[in-house]
Each structure stands twice: as C-alpha cells, then as structure tokens.
Design a binder for this molecule. Structure first.
Ligand SMILES: NC(=O)C1=CN([C@@H]2O[C@H](COP(=O)(O)OP(=O)(O)OC[C@H]3O[C@@H](n4cnc5c(N)ncnc54)[C@H](OP(=O)(O)O)[C@@H]3O)[C@@H](O)[C@H]2O)C=CC1
Ligand SMILES: Nc1nc(=O)c2c([nH]1)NC[C@@H]1CN(c3ccc(C(=O)N[C@@H](CCC(=O)O)C(=O)O)cc3)C=[N+]21
Length: 290
C-alpha cells in the first residue's frame, strides 16, 4: 500500500531549480553567498556543515565555512556574526545548532541580520511566518516537509495533521505551515507532556514526527492510509556498519510503512530537503538585493 516519498529525488529537482536561479543571478551581477558557522566539533554537525558547503559548490554559490573551537566566547561569535552581517558577498548566515552550552543561542540568533537569516530562526522571521507575511524566511526543514507533501500529491486541506514535537526549528513552524491559509490542515501539536500520544496519532491523516527518539512511532499509532513524514535523524549503534552506527528516524519504518499511503525514509527523506531549502532561501535573499 505504501509509497516511499523519495526526498533525494525531490531535493535534486529543487537543486536543479536553484542551479538555474544561480545562473540568472550571476548574469545580473550577483553571486549568491552563504556563510555557515560551526562552533565546536560535534561529528554530526560537521557532516551537515560539510554537505551544505559541498552543495553550494555544486551550484556555484559562494560559501564560507567558519569553524570555531568549542571554547569560543559569546563575544567572539557575535563579532563573526557582525562581520558577516556587514559583508555584501554573504546573503545567508547560518550558525549550526546546538552551540556549546556556554553560548546564548537566542542572543546569537537575534544578532543575525533578519534579511540574512536563511534558517528563519530570528524573531522577525518567526513573526512573519505566524503572520503569513511572505517577506520572511521559512525554516528549511518544515519548508522541505511541505514540499514533500506537495510533490507526493498529498491533500492537506481539511486533513487532520498531528505534529509530534514543538521545537522552534521543526515542530512549531511545521504546525504554522500546515494550518496556514492555502494548506488548511487541522493541526494538533503533541509533545513530551501530551496524554495518550498513540491515541492522538491514530486520528491523523498526516503524521509529522520530529522528536529525536529512535523508532518511537509504532504501527498501532498510525491509521491505515495515513501519510507519515519522519523528520528524526538518530544515530544508533550498529556493529554491522563500518562506522559503528546507522541512521534511523523517529518512526519504526519497517512496522509502519506497510500501513501508510506514503512515508519518508531515513536517510533519504527530509534530510536532503533541508539542505535544498537552505539553498533556496539563500537565493531568495540574494535576489532581494537586486
Ligand atoms: N531532517 C532534518 O533536516 C532535521 C532533523 N532533525 C531531527 O528531528 C528530531 C527533532 O529535532 P528538534 O525539533 O530539533 O528536537 P528538540 O529536542 O528541540 O525537540 C523535540 C520535541 O519532541 C518532544 N518530545 C521528546 N520526547 C517526547 C516523547 N517521548 N513524546 C512526545 N514528544 C516528545 C519534545 O517535547 P518537549 O517540548 O515537551 O520537551 C520536543 O518538543 C531530531 O531527531 C533531530 O535530529 C532536526 C532538524 C533538521
Ligand atoms: N542552524 C541550524 N540549521 C539547521 O538546519 C540545522 C541545525 N542548525 N542543526 C542540526 C539540524 C539537522 N539538520 C540536518 C540537515 C541535513 C540532514 C541530511 O542531509 N541528512 C541525510 C543523511 C546525512 C548523514 O548521512 O548523516 C539524510 O537524511 O538522508 C540531516 C539533518 C539541519 N539542522
């Protein structure tokens, strides 16, 4: 019954759109630029930052990768952000989350010029999303999930959508996008204090899992014919792998997939879309400077 939503293929199509836009911008004298700042050396963060820089290179987007030691002070980080805010070659700034614990992440996000905040985390962009004002930046992961739903031909209008997770990066903006005019879903947001999560999930035509708990969503949580978007990226030990680990989502894919109308795999689902939408946001920012 189940259709696998191929995030890699949809991301490749988005990146193809980006490639054309880069050419067009360059012909008009603007080379788009993205700066990615990583504080500390979390191995997973390093992988993401590397793949963002690689994708920029493939598209002809100028990129600056700034790796700073874990001991970097708040002031040093804010100085880098200020320098990037003032740099006309940079249209997008991303500070990889989470930073080390001594960094005040909210203060760093507020210091980013909202016009360069391609993550969509600055309060001004959060407000614009809530206002359905199209002049802001939409966070990349939920934007990618919406695009996957669209490409898979999923009707959101009037659908019961359950979002598990209420983070500012994924769950909350995802709920705003699903309930926005035009998407028109009826949205329930669940979190760690929710009662009867399996029962809430069973009401859903669309489940979006953004929790960070490997394979939490089980087959008996999902109604027949539902659409499942698995945002979770979890590293679990696997002795059979050379790396010693494998990636798994927040959904028990083996169990759940046979029941759904459509489902995203991990890896190869939402992850590649996040990077593709980041490129899109960077190009939107570059175009606005024309
Ligand atoms: N594919 C991609 O591109 C991306 C993937 N991710 C992945 O998505 C997942 C979520 O990320 P993120 O939103 O940043 O994570 P956070 O840790 O910020 O938020 C997790 C949310 O899940 C809720 N939660 C935790 N445990 C439970 C539980 N047992 N039952 C119900 N709800 C629970 C928390 O509730 P409460 O608020 O009550 O604490 C919280 O709202 C992670 O696996 C992350 O790696 C993240 C970003 C991008
Ligand atoms: N400021 C900020 N912005 C972010 O967008 C941001 C962040 N901080 N911190 C961490 C999360 C996580 N995230 C991912 C991006 C790509 C994949 C991705 O490409 N995943 C591949 C697999 C990659 C692998 O093999 O490890 C896949 O799912 O197929 C995953 C996760 C962005 N995040």
């Amino acid at each position: 019954m189940s259709k696998i939503i191929d995030g890699k293929a949809v991301a490749a199509a988005v990146l193809e759109e980006c490639r054309k836009e880069v050419e067009e911008l360059k012909s008009r004298g603007v080379t788009p630029g993205l700066a990615v700042v990583l504080v500390g050396s979390d191995p997973a963060s390093k992988v993401y930052v590397g793949s963002k820089a690689r994708t920029c290179a493939e598209l002809g987007i100028h990129s600056e990768k700034i790796e700073m030691p874990a001991e970097t002070t708040q002031e040093e980080l804010l100085a880098v952000v200020a320098r990037l805010n003032a740099d006309p070659a940079i249209h997008g700034i991303l500070v990889q989350s989470p930073p080390p614990p001594h960094i005040d992440e909210a203060a760093v996000v507020r210091a980013i010029d909202p016009a360069k905040d391609v993550d969509g985390f600055h309060p001004e962009n959060v407000a614009k999303l809530a206002l359905e004002d199209q002049t802001g930046f939409v966070p990349c992961t939920p934007a990618g999930c919406m695009r996957l739903l669209k490409e898979a031909g999923v009707e959101t209008k009037g659908a019961n959508a359950v979002v598990i997770g209420r983070s500012m990066i994924v769950g909350k903006p995802m709920a705003l996008l699903l309930m926005a005019k035009g998407s028109d879903a009826t949205v329930t947001v669940a979190h760690s204090r929710s009662k009867d999560l399996p029962g809430i999930c069973r009401q859903a035509d669309i489940v979006v899992a953004a929790v960070g708990r490997p394979e939490m969503v089980k087959a008996d949580w999902v109604k027949d014919g539902a659409v499942v978007i698995d945002v979770g990226i979890n590293r679990v030990e696997d002795a059979s792998k050379k790396s010693g680990y494998r990636l798994t989502g927040d959904v028990d894919y083996e169990e759940v997939a046979p029941k759904c109308a459509a489902i995203t795999p991990v890896p190869g689902g939402v992850g590649p879309m996040t990077i593709a939408m980041l490129m899109k946001n960077t190009l939107i920012s570059a175009r606005r400077t024309l």
